[in-house]
Write a protein that binds this ligand. Structure first.
Ligand code: SAM
Length: 435
């Protein structure tokens, strides 16, 4: 009976490594004989890994697909706190390179059978004796399974120098363990048809090695055996964007702050004017609208705490948050929530601004508080940001009302263009009453 592997055998081997990574959470992983980087491309999604390295003798094969390891747009738009660096080297596993020491996991998937037996000895010394990783996964074809493979004469690949039986593989592995201080478990992937497993074993046999003494035995070995060897050629390296990079943290924080400040501003404007920006509302999720509402309520609560009075509407809240200053004048205190039409008359749009207190942003926007850690840190991080305008005392973000909204206001209220920068005393009175 011809065995059919589903999923395909190469995927089962990679899945075996991924399952190991999920269980053991290694931080530094190197894949020896990485070929076209297929396994690395899967491993990069496991963000407990901080350093992911691939090595292959064939530099051309690495270069063919290595750009598939680059970050994608979402990695830049929504960077995580996790750090990830990827490095690819051209080099031979029979040679030492000190950059590969101290790893948590080394994988060697269908590689050793491409080496001569002498080179397998060198491989053992380099991997187990020099690199001394915490764990090693080695997979290689199981020769005993070959009769079950369709139309196979000889080895599974023309470049294979040998294919071992289970006994041969185990004999090599146990010798390595004795020599370099490891223990090994034998397993595999690619099951034989029912009733034949005992006789032939897995199609790909796998040895999982663990260093005796675990992580802590590694450092001692290093100190005694330091050798500055750099025999590999670096072909590719990339650092994934991470929020631990201060510049990235600031960029994400600024966009989050501006997004939420804008949202709150619109909410407040709706409260004031009783009008809804339908286009904007359509773009919001239910959740977003709710958050906005909560923010307004929090603003009112803050006011209540400060004044001891319950605000009747969020308009009052805006006024109180503004410190009661009705209008921004150049050189004056800019801590104002909403300017009146008089201000607009003097300088049209420039003086129509909305002030969103950082305290409100910090307490009602979970991402803003998570990114900044504390209110004072938020202020500190925004202080020198050219894209964020803070009030003079640094306690609020100042936003300009957009021209577009102004046009809408005019259209909606039925006033002609001529009235945009000129308002009657009655209108001024209205604004003042509302601010
Ligand atoms: N590990 C890959 C995977 O799981 O997709 C497949 C490996 S492929 C069958 C064997 C790879 O080993 C080839 O890319 C070959 O260039 C590489 N190789 C052969 N001899 C090597 C050596 N001495 N050092 C490093 N890589 C070697």
């Amino acid at each position: 009976m011809t065995p059919v592997f589903s999923p395909p055998l190469h995927r089962q081997r990679h899945q075996f490594v991924i399952d190991f990574v999920k269980r053991h959470k290694p931080k530094k992983v190197v894949d020896l004989g990485c070929s076209e980087c297929c396994l690395l491309k899967k491993l990069k999604f496991h963000r407990e890994i901080e350093l992911l390295v691939g090595v292959d003798l064939n530099g051309a094969i690495i270069k063919k697909k290595m750009h598939g390891l680059a970050p994608v747009s979402t990695d830049y738009l929504q960077p995580s706190y996790d750090q990830l660096r990827i490095e690819l080297y051209q080099g031979s596993v029979t040679q030492k390179d000190m950059r590969l020491r101290g790893f948590d996991l080394v994988t060697s998937i269908e590689l050793i059978e491409h080496l001569t037996l002498d080179d397998v000895e060198r491989f053992s010394e380099v991997v187990f004796g020099y690199m001394t990783p915490v764990a090693v996964i080695v997979s290689t074809p199981n020769f005993e399974f070959n009769p079950l493979l369709p139309v196979l004469a000889g080895f599974r690949h023309s470049d294979h120098k040998f294919e071992w039986t289970r006994a041969e593989f185990q004999s090599w592995a146990l010798k390595v363990c004795l020599q370099y201080g490891y223990e090994v478990e034998f397993t595999g992937v690619g099951k034989a048809p029912p009733g034949q497993h005992e006789r032939v074993g897995f199609c790909s046999q796998i040895g999982v090695f663990h260093r005796l003494g675990g992580r802590k035995s590694c450092n001692t070995l290093f100190d005694d055996d330091a050798e500055d060897v750099f025999s590999y050629t670096l072909l590719y390296s990339i650092n994934y964007p991470s929020l631990r990079d201060n510049n990235i943290l600031r960029r994400v924080l600024v966009s989050e702050v501006l997004y939420w400040a804008e949202k709150l501003k619109r909410r407040c404007m709706e409260e004031k004017t009783g009008k809804r920006d339908e286009a904007y509302m359509l773009s919001q999720t239910e959740e977003g609208a709710e958050e906005c509402l909560r923010a307004s309520e929090q603003c009112m609560e803050m006011e209540e705490k400060q004044t001891g009075e319950h605000p009747e509407s969020s308009e009052n809240c805006l006024e109180q948050c503004s410190g009661g200053v009705p209008e921004v004048q150049e050189g004056e205190d800019e801590d104002v929530f909403w300017t009146n039409r008089k201000g607009q008359q003097e300088s049209c749009i420039l003086h129509r601004s909305v002030s969103v207190p950082l305290a409100v942003l910090w307490s009602c926007c979970p991402k803003v508080s998570a990114l900044s850690g504390s209110l004072s840190n938020l202020r500190h991080l925004l202080m020198d940001e050219p894209n964020v305008k803070l009030s003079q005392d640094g306690s609020a973000v100042l936003l300009q009302e957009q021209e577009e909204e102004e046009d809408n206001d005019v259209e909606d209220s039925g006033y002609g263009e001529a009235s945009q920068c000129s308002h009657s005393a009655e209108q001024e009175g209205d604004w003042e009453a509302n601010v």
